[in-house]
Design a protein around this ligand. Structure first.
Ligand SMILES: Cc1cc2nc3c(=O)[nH]c(=O)nc-3n(C[C@H](O)[C@H](O)[C@H](O)COP(=O)(O)O)c2cc1C
Length: 279
């Protein structure tokens, strides 16, 4: 069956002219054949469309229109390139500053990424000034020093080991604090897992705002924590950024506008069959 014939079989399905046009114009015969197969098995499938000019965007929106809009749209190729295919790990930076407002915008996007029980354990220290940068350098692996010096901002992605104290606000419909408060191992693994996820949301949010990222785990954690997250009860520490908390460093991420001249060649990724199994 050629593509034309493949398309024609859709005419026998109970679809409106608009839906047929959407399939033909935006989704293509391959997707359409998949839809047909699903339909033949008594299953439904939702159309994932690109761009706001799609005919579906003219449908009346239900009261829950935000949710509906999300279900019927997908990021276009350009957006996917920005977040993934063209996004690189940067090692050199253009002399272009990043405003505090942009840093706030990153947080205001990344905060919506999901965490278990909405626990949101990540705490971020944005290191911007030369004085603050200087305090960072002693903890870095030698290969990370120059790139960190030249980056407009280095974000220390930390995690709050006592994240559960915020659960009455963040997860108000259950006593979630009790799940973690007396189980330090569970609290630690939960804080690490979810702050790592939030670190990924951080990078995707920064990239969505047109910034570049340079994540780093090459640092001495004890030195970093001692310098930036001294325990609240210890005396003689000049800086306490998150009072009455228990923060540890997860990883660092330089952000700014990357200089493509400093990029390494792109390394390959595992193929689907090397990394995934369909059960
Ligand atoms: C958590 C994490 C830690 C990393 N640590 C370092 C580091 O300490 N130094 C470094 O030069 N690159 C570091 N990288 C960069 C990785 O090597 C890089 O992201 C990877 O090779 C993919 O590169 P690409 O994004 O350009 O494809 C780190 C990346 C991640 C995500």
């Amino acid at each position: 069956m050629g593509p034309r014939e493949g398309w024609e079989v859709f005419r026998h399905l109970p679809l409106s002219e608009q839906e047929l046009a959407a399939i033909a114009a935006n989704v293509g015969v391959v997707f359409a054949l998949n839809a047909l197969l699903l339909s033949a098995h008594g299953m439904t499938c939702s159309l994932q469309v690109r761009g706001s000019d799609h005919p579906y965007s003219e449908r009346p929106l239900s009261s829950d229109h935000n949710q509906e809009a999300n279900m019927n749209s997908q990021l276009n190729e350009e957006g996917q390139d920005l977040l993934f295919r063209n996004a690189r790990t940067h090692n050199a930076w253009l002399p272009k500053p990043v405003s505090d407002d942009t840093l706030r915008q990153i947080y205001d996007l990344m905060k919506w990424g999901p965490t278990s029980a909405n626990c949101s354990p990540a705490r971020i220290l944005f290191v911007r000034t030369p004085e603050a940068k200087q305090r960072l350098l002693a903890a870095l692996a030698p290969g990370n020093i120059e790139k960190t010096k030249s980056a407009p901002v280095t974000a220390i992605i930390g995690y709050d080991g006592k994240f559960y104290d915020h659960l009455p606000k963040l997860f108000p419909h259950a006593d979630a604090r009790a799940w973690f408060a007396d189980t330090p191992e569970l609290a630690e693994v939960t804080a690490r897992r979810n702050s790592s996820l939030q670190g990924a949301y951080f990078m995707i949010a920064a990239r969505a705002l047109g910034l570049d990222c340079g994540p780093m785990s090459g640092f001495d954690q004890a030195k970093m924590d001692h310098e930036f997250f001294p325990a609240a009860q210890k005396p003689n520490f000049e800086f306490e950024y998150f009072p009455d908390s228990h923060i540890k460093t997860n990883f660092l991420c330089n952000i700014g506008y990357g200089d493509p001249a400093g990029l390494y060649p792109r390394s390959p990724r595992l193929e689907f069959d090397e990394a995934c199994k369909l059960l």
